[in-house]
Design a protein around this ligand. Sequence first.
Ligand code: GAP
Length: 548
Amino acid sequence: MQMESLVALCKRRGFLFQSSEIYGGLNGFWDYGPLGVLLKRNVKETWWNDNVLNHNELIQPNNAPSTYEMTGLDCTIIMHPQVWKCSGHYDLFHDFMVDCRESKKRYRYDHVLGRYVTGKKHGSEGAPSEIVKVFVTTMETENTQSALDEAALKFFGIRKKDIEVLQWEGDITSISKLTSFENVLGPDAKHIGTLTEPREFNLMFKTTIGALGGEDDYSFLRPETAQGIFVNFKNVCDSTRVRVPFGIAQVGKSFRNEITPRNFTFRSREFEQMEIEFFCHPAQSAQWYQYWRDKRFAWYTQMGLSGEKLRLREHDADELSHYSCGTADIEYAFPFLAEGEYGELEGIAHRGDFDLRSHMEGKLVKDGNALIVEKLPNGQPKHRGSGKDLSYYDDLAKERFIPHVIEPSAGADRATLAFLCEAYNVDNAPDENGKPQERVFLKFHPRLAPVKAAVFPLVKKDSMPEIAQEIYGELKREPLTASAVYDDKGAVGRRYRRQDEIGTPYCITVDGQTLQDGTVTLRDRDTLEQVRIKKDNLIAELDGRLKQ
Ligand code: GAP
């Protein structure tokens, strides 16, 4: 599937629009259109139902170390600035950037890729030609070598047919592997040596609280929803009857000032997360980590992502975040990535007691295998914790401990994008005259499909519109089919195609036979099979089919 076709469909049919498009758009921000909002809500609701509401706390699921409870929170986006100091985001949530003095553009250091090439460079204003070896660069793309070819041709001023005169050396590597940028040609530069040394750039959006805006009146838009859960751990324990092990779930917006937002919604600056912080006894945390890894992977396969495009990858030790003592990523082979590459959908991290202890004692740092409070030269903690006791007392085991945390952290936008990519299908289906015709259809899982059913009168006469509207009204009253649509415009074959293109699993048509025997046709998006059903049985039939 070509990514451009999906992006075009998303805009044409109202799934996704660029934010502030009439003003030229805003890089890294996306708006969900009328169908997109339904799709994304279904993703979030399915996640919430499957992890929180439908979880039966009295029954021990397969492979779970014990029974457990689940609950939820909805915390604020702006929190006390100390939260981000103790969480580590204030000091550590950085990317390295390089600026180009010539093009005035800024690039994420590790995303600028290049390769050494040697060729003859004509001297300017009559100066003799010379042989030059330069590290030509481009931003990571689907076909990096062809982008590098183009940049080299431009730099040496030669035509494509003469490309053979250029001598390439070594593999494509990131400029972060170089020791000097002296011979580097920036991605948008004409001259070499214009990139600055890398500089750190904090990814949190800073904001001012209140009208005065003094030095102490700032905070940040949250870069993850997780911290709201940690700082409320005690509130939840004190206000409910939950017992460890239990999980707190939260769905909400997060913000990161990404240096290179790209690949449609994959890397945005404003996005939604679906996170669980699962609190357990330290002795059981390794088993719970396995449990959540497997449960979350299974969820994506149940929702339709499967086969070789989905994988679970355990992080190497050098990839682990500052807090993590074990992380696995669930990854999907998005079509905008190069062959063999995968993009992260969700991370499942074993966070140990890092977060609860940091919010108690102050920001922690690793000291060998231990975590200790980071100190200033004068011996004071670098960032003070709340001083509150966030330990847990198990009154049955008569034991006090700081729970360990397993965190399955998913992106609602990335999951939505993966479901869109996976759903995009093209086949040659017969049209209403039986002739094969190219058909684009979104093969969503019925639980995710934005519109579950569409109702058509075959023609706009003989009471067909009235009967179709009556059916439509009934579907609208049922929560499961409340997003149903009514369409009486154009040939029925074209109406089917319109619904296929937005992934509607079922179309119901009222025709001449309906007037005689009270039956309607029910058409299946994927098999194209049409069956006749008594219209009075329609709700029950759809209920059965949609709840598979
Ligand atoms: N609390 C842990 C945490 O936030 P993360 O791996 O940084 O971990 C979790 O983020 C998930 O949030 C990612 O797997 C991804 O799905 C989503 N995500 C992160 N940054 C994103 C961005 N810039 N745009 C869209 N989704 C993003």
